[in-house]
Design a binder for this molecule. Structure first.
Ligand code: DGJ
Length: 737
């Protein structure tokens, strides 16, 4: 492999692979000037810079004409020396001011991807990392910037480390993972916002002058704003146009912001949310930022999603479950809620077995005293009145039926009404002299403390040690408030949210190492913490509590801008929907999640009996095809108000699934086609339902005829949807040769 990083004698650094080039250089004054980010270019040395124009501005470098920091694209800017935009690094130094100047010291290149000291990060391999060392000698502050470029991905991974090599502490407030300064242009910004059961709404809006920011101060990445943002050319579409997208491998308070400065240059900052954050960096201490990932593509939003999906599948998702089919499951939550006991679990296990489901998941309500959401979190032993055999024996009995067994836990939480809280009231996050706010009647445990994390580890270990638990659903059902720790000094209270994340990641790492074969699913009231931090430990996530299929379609569609469907779970829930009251067919409830890797049902015995034949058929299909939906290629073909059409090409590129949804029916609709994408133009594909052969070029150029929605009389030779609203159809095409 030829080096992807070239460094000229005059210190122009160019990172180039087949997807992009990223170029910056060291100015004579020692600052890092950003030069270029975009489609690959071979001659970085030819890149002209136009920034030395006299705008009559404030000049930090006395005697150096026309060097206006406010106009200079930079790699890791600071504040206080004439760049008035938001910086990458900011804080208060020993002199009590906030002026820092970081200058180039040296650099190294390595093929190892450095570890981020307890934070999750993308795996290396076929990659190179450039490390730039910067320093502000006046305050003994040193910064390392990591840039990782991969041979086969259009992803640039960035993070930074700040070290205090001085004699006095420095109090930092901004320690961003990365800055990307883009040239002036007409841009739009795309981001994903929402709330409980309505996560992942995509909003595309004109990038305004000034600052646009999405962030979280809830100590979860949050359903309100997923940590994802794309800056795109105004004219960019699903299939064309330059897109610059960013995310973070982090699950706590984040910020992704875009600032359009006075000269219309655009600064993207990614990292821990500077709001309500401070870090006291004592001499000899270092602070590691979470990893930011950046994608550039000239191929629009589809091109962007392709890059994210492949990268997440291969470099972020845990390797142990890579390309491994997921078991189908019956989850007890919407089947029984808290009204659950051993007998019901065993009955549901029989029903699950009967319809061909492979795993029984016991959701909330199984532990000591837990009859509703007012108690017991923190006491992870079975409720002896309702689960007299205990979890290990129940798990063994479920397994004896030929099923796997899964268990729900919410380990980061404590109910005030619990033994754990009675024994350790100081183990909950809190601030002095204030009554903590309750969320779902519960408090958050103080994961900044080792003894708290150790206690929870031991409790989980006591459950998993039986060896009969195949799967764990890891839930987290409140945002943090009064996020203080009784174990930290006053001056370090604003460090709590980030220290909490380090505690959580440490716990997850220990558990994954001790129980590598247990399949973990992340959940936080659905999608309140669906991010690459959690997904780097857990191969799948419960993306939303919305189990109505039409509600979920929009959620999956929005989430798919960043996340592959491999990491999303889906089940057939009850109808009418418990979330929005909609009535829908079992078929559409299945089809909405058909392209997700992990599928199941959450229905009570009566509902299962009512549709037993169809459920048998669908669960057999889900089990037989689960492996198809891992590691393949997902494409949004159509997404508008009335229709959604998605395509999935399996990893071996031999099977194509096309899921089509027609939301509201109407008379006399047009006949529509979907132009499939990225097939082999000369290959023949057989449509499974009627044996018709189509070639790839036909399917891509002329398109696949979509079923017709009508309330009139069906006519021979026309493929129809189900009648009425919320109709869906799943096509399967198989490559012949
Ligand atoms: C919230 C989750 O999103 C649900 O799926 C369920 O597990 C409940 N918590 C249980 O309390």
């Amino acid at each position: 492999m030829g080096s992807m990083i070239s460094i000229s004698d005059d210190k122009v650094f160019a990172l180039t692979n087949a997807e992009f080039s990223y170029v910056f250089r060291v100015l004579d004054e020692g600052l890092l000037q950003h030069v270029y980010y975009g489609a690959p270019i071979a001659h970085a040395e030819e890149l002209a810079s136009h920034f030395r124009v006299d705008r009559g501005a404030t000049s930090h470098f006395q005697g150096v004409p026309n060097l206006n920091l406010n106009d200079l694209p930079q790699e890791y800017p600071t504040f206080g020396t004439s760049d008035y935009r938001r910086p990458a690094l900011h804080g208060v130094n020993a002199d009590g001011n906030s002026v820092f100047t970081l200058k180039y010291v040296r650099h190294t290149v390595t093929i190892d991807k450095p570890d981020l000291d307890g934070l999750p990060s993308a795996r290396g391999g076929e990659s190179e990392t450039l490390i730039i060392y910067l320093a502000d000698p006046l305050h003994g502050l040193e910064v390392e910037l990591f840039y990782t470029i991969y041979q086969n991905y259009g992803v640039l991974a960035r993070s930074s480390v700040v070290r205090n090599s001085g004699k006095a502490p420095v109090d930092l407030t901004h320690i961003m993972s990365s800055t990307i300064d883009l040239p002036p242009d007409d841009y739009d910004v795309l981001h994903l916002h929402g709330t409980w059961s309505r996560e992942f709404n995509a909003e595309r809006t004109k990038l305004p002058m000034g600052r646009f920011e999405i962030d979280s101060a809830r100590s979860t990445s949050s359903a309100a704003h997923n940590p994802f943002l794309a800056v795109m050319e105004r004219g960019a579409t699903e299939t064309s146009g330059n897109v610059f997208a960013s995310t973070l491998i982090y699950s706590g308070n984040f910020s992704l912001s875009v600032e359009t400065g006075e000269f219309e240059d655009v600064r993207v900052l990614a990292g821990i949310n500077p709001f309500n954050f401070a870090w006291h960096l004592a001499p000899n201490e270092a602070f590691y930022t979470p990893e930011a990932l950046h994608v550039f593509t000239p191929y629009g939003l589809r091109g962007m999603s392709r890059i994210w999906h492949r990268f997440i599948q291969n470099k972020v998702s845990p390797e142990r479950f890579r390309n491994i089919a997921r078991p189908t499951y019956l989850n007890t939550w919407e089947a029984a809620y808290f009204d659950i006991d051993e007998a019901k679990v065993l009955t549901l296990a029989d029903k699950a077995k009967d319809v061909g489901v492979q795993m029984l998941v016991l959701d909330d309500g199984w532990f000591e005293g837990r009859r509703d959401d007012t108690s017991s979190l923190g006491d992870w032993t079975a409720d002896m009145a309702r689960f007299p055999s205990g979890i290990p024996a129940l798990a063994a009995r479920v397994r004896a039926k030929g099923l796997k067994f899964g268990l729900w836990i919410e380990p980061e939480m404590v109910s005030p009404n619990s033994q754990l809280f009675e024994d350790h009231p100081d183990w909950a996050l809190q601030v002095p002299e204030r009554k903590p706010s309750l969320g779902r009647n519960q408090l958050t445990l103080d994961f900044t403390r080792k003894e708290v994390v150790d206690n929870i580890y031991d409790q989980i270990e006591a459950l998993l040690a039986c060896g009969d638990i195949d799967y764990v659903k890891w839930d987290m059902n409140r945002n943090m408030t009064e996020a203080g720790s009784t174990a930290l000094p006053k001056g370090r209270q604003l460090e709590v949210p980030h220290r909490y994340m380090l505690g959580l990641y440490g716990l997850l790492r220990r558990l994954m190492e001790a129980y590598p074969d247990v399949l973990f699913e992340t959940c936080a009231s659905g999608g309140n913490r669906f991010d690459l931090g959690m997904l780097s430990f857990m191969p799948q996530g419960w993306i939303s509590d919305m189990s109505d299929p039409i509600g979920r379609l929009a959620i999956i569609n929005g989430a798919s801008y960043l996340y592959p469907l491999d990491v999303m779970t889906a089940y057939i829930g009850p109808s009418p929907s418990h979330q929005n009251g909609r009535i829908s067919s079992i078929k559409t409830r299945y089809n909405a999640g058909a392209l997700c890797a992990a599928k199941g049902i959450s229905l009570n015995s009566l509902d299962i009996d009512t549709d037993v034949d169809l459920l048998r058929e669908l669960m057999r299909l889900a089990a037989n095809t689960s492996g198809d939906f891992i590691g393949g290629e997902f494409t949004r073909l159509i997404s508008d108000d009335t229709q959604i059409c998605w395509q999935y090409i399996t990893r071996d590129r031999r099977t194509i699934y096309v899921a089509y949804f027609h939301i509201l029916s109407a008379p006399n609709l047009p006949f529509r086609r979907a132009n499939l994408a990225d097939l082999d133009p000369v290959a023949a594909y057989e449509l499974q339902e009627d044996g018709t052969i189509y070639h790839g070029d036909t399917l891509m150029q002329h398109g696949l005829a979509l079923p017709y929605v009508t309330c009139g009389q069906p006519q021979a030779g026309v493929r129809y949807m189900d009648r009425g609203d919320f109709a869906s159809h799943l096509f399967v095409l198989r490559r012949k040769r």
